[in-house]
Design a protein around this ligand. Structure first.
Ligand code: THU
Length: 140
């Protein structure tokens, strides 16, 4: 996996952002272990809460193509912001569900790049294990 290629593809994805309200364009690229690159951009809505972030869209697109967490090598996210843009809380929760915890999450603003992962972005998060009946004492 070449970090620079992944960032470049995320930058290309950003060109397709639909951000008429914030004018804050974000692009994302999921690299799969079989060599595919799946792109996403943020898509906003006049009802702001219906907006979906670039990284979520890229990850959902990967899953919709049949990829699963074990198939994903890395994800890159890029915005042309002064400080590196970090994923929102909803995206962190989605990462916890759909990305293996050590998978590189590469954040770049074109000037600097930071590499993190789900474990760092959402420590002690809520996940499916809480819903596993075998682990619950409150149900028979
Ligand atoms: N946004 C993303 O797409 N990814 C992030 O990591 C942070 C925020 C989008 C959502 C919205 O369209 C715009 O940026 C401003 O919040």
């Amino acid at each position: 996996m070449k970090t620079e290629i992944l960032i470049q593809k995320a930058r290309e994805a950003r060109e397709h952002a639909y951000a008429p309200y914030s004018h804050f364009q974000v692009g994302a690229c999921v690299a799969t272990k079989d060599g595919n690159y799946i792109l996403g951009a943020n898509v906003e809505n006049a009802s702001y809460g219906a907006t979906s972030c670039a990284e979520r869209n890229a990850l959902f697109a990967a899953y919709a193509k049949g990829y699963r967490k074990q198939d994903i090598e890395a994800i890159a996210i890029t915005a042309a912001s002064e400080r590196i843009c970090t994923p929102c809380g909803i995206c962190r929760q989605v990462f916890a569900e759909l990305l293996a915890e050590a998978v590189p999450v590469i954040l770049s603003n074109g000037k600097e790049t930071v590499c993190t992962n789900t474990k760092e972005l959402l420590p002690d998060g809520f996940d499916g294990s809480f819903l596993n009946p075998a682990e619950r004492e409150d149900i028979g």
